[in-house]
Design a protein. Structure first.
Length: 326
């Protein structure tokens, strides 16, 4: 539990102010006379005293005992998200081939994590990518562009009954997941280590907002996958032109909403964010018209296409959520 101490500023000479640091803290941090510490000013004016200024980035290590952990692949992901650089996976009885395959599959979702050592009873994983190596804002924009393209391709696959295009949407969801986990790792590390937040160029409150924003983008991709999964259900169905047009209309509105929302978030543009939120009545009307167009259609058409409409509605709501953050 953190505790607060009150210290009085002392003035020496003409313009120099001194503030003593608690002796107990100095000892716990292993500091001595002449060591450098960093003073980081937060947006609210508070100062953070970081004793790790003169150190290289510390290597954080986690150990997973497979014998005592039936969900060890989830622990691998959890430790990655928590910011651990090295993850050692051990087993007293030896790691089986099935367990090795499960470990390698789990790494497919984690950017920059590689097996650096391997023996009969231990596998060592290391994240070779520093949390500050990539621009968070650029990664958000890249992830968003992939998710937006997935939406467009999923709707096109519905319109053209294109199974190959639908399958490509499903495959791209893995790329979204990898980038999502990478950004969560960056944000968690930035919250826990203030000097890292400075390197990334974001404040603690922005970490919270970006965490919600990237979840919305990840959800957009999941909804697009759900749209793509409806294609095989309508291959033999004849869909009326007015139904297709109503779906395309919602698609255009949803795209405009989340496109504006992302720009508003990155540029901190409140006017553009308000414009996005103001499109909700337009979106609601388009959704209502689409459901009306489906009202007299057969079950073979109405069920999968109702799912498509619902997913596009949810995608547009993700845009509203992002705009609210902006």
């Amino acid at each position: 539990m953190s505790k607060m101490e009150i210290r009085k500023l002392q003035k020496t000479g003409g313009s120099t102010f001194l503030l003593s640091l608690p002796k107990g803290w100095i000892k716990r941090m292993g500091l001595k006379q002449g060591d450098l510490v960093a003073l980081i000013e937060r947006g609210d004016g508070a100062l953070l005293v970081d004793p790790r200024y003169s150190e290289k980035e510390k290597v954080k290590m986690a150990i997973i005992e497979i014998d005592a952990s039936p969900n060890f692949t989830r622990e691998i992901t959890a430790n990655f998200l928590y910011g651990y650089d090295v993850i050692r996976i051990r087993s007293k009885n030896g790691i089986t081939s099935e367990q090795r395959d499960a470990i390698k599959r789990s790494l497919q979702q984690l950017v920059g994590v590689e097996i650096v050592e391997e023996s009969a009873k231990e596998i060592t994983l290391q994240c070779l990518l520093s949390p500050s190596a990539l621009s968070l804002k650029r990664t958000i924009k890249r992830t968003y562009l992939i998710a937006a393209r997935m939406q467009e391709d999923a709707v096109t696959a519905i319109k053209d009954k294109d199974l190959n295009l639908a399958e490509s949407v499903v495959v791209r969801d893995e790329d979204i997941d990898r980038l999502y986990f990478l950004m969560v790792r960056q944000l968690r590390s930035a919250i826990m280590e203030p000097y890292l937040a400075e390197k990334i160029g974001i404040s603690p409150i922005e970490c919270l907002d970006y965490r919600v924003a990237i979840k919305s983008i990840e959800s957009m991709a999941d909804y697009s996958v759900k749209i793509a999964e409806q294609v095989h259900l309508i291959l033999d169905a004849k869909i009326p032109e007015n139904v297709i047009e109503s779906i395309l209309k919602i698609n255009r509105i949803a795209h405009e909403m989340h496109s504006n929302a992302i720009e508003a978030l990155v540029r901190k543009d409140g006017v553009l964010a308000s414009k996005t939120i103001a499109m909700k009545p337009q979106r609601n009307q388009a959704v209502e018209e689409a459901y009306k167009a489906l009202a007299n259609e057969s079950v073979e058409i109405s069920i999968p296409l109702s799912t498509v409409i619902d997913m596009l509605d949810r995608i547009s709501e993700c845009g509203v959520d992002i705009a609210d953050l902006a």
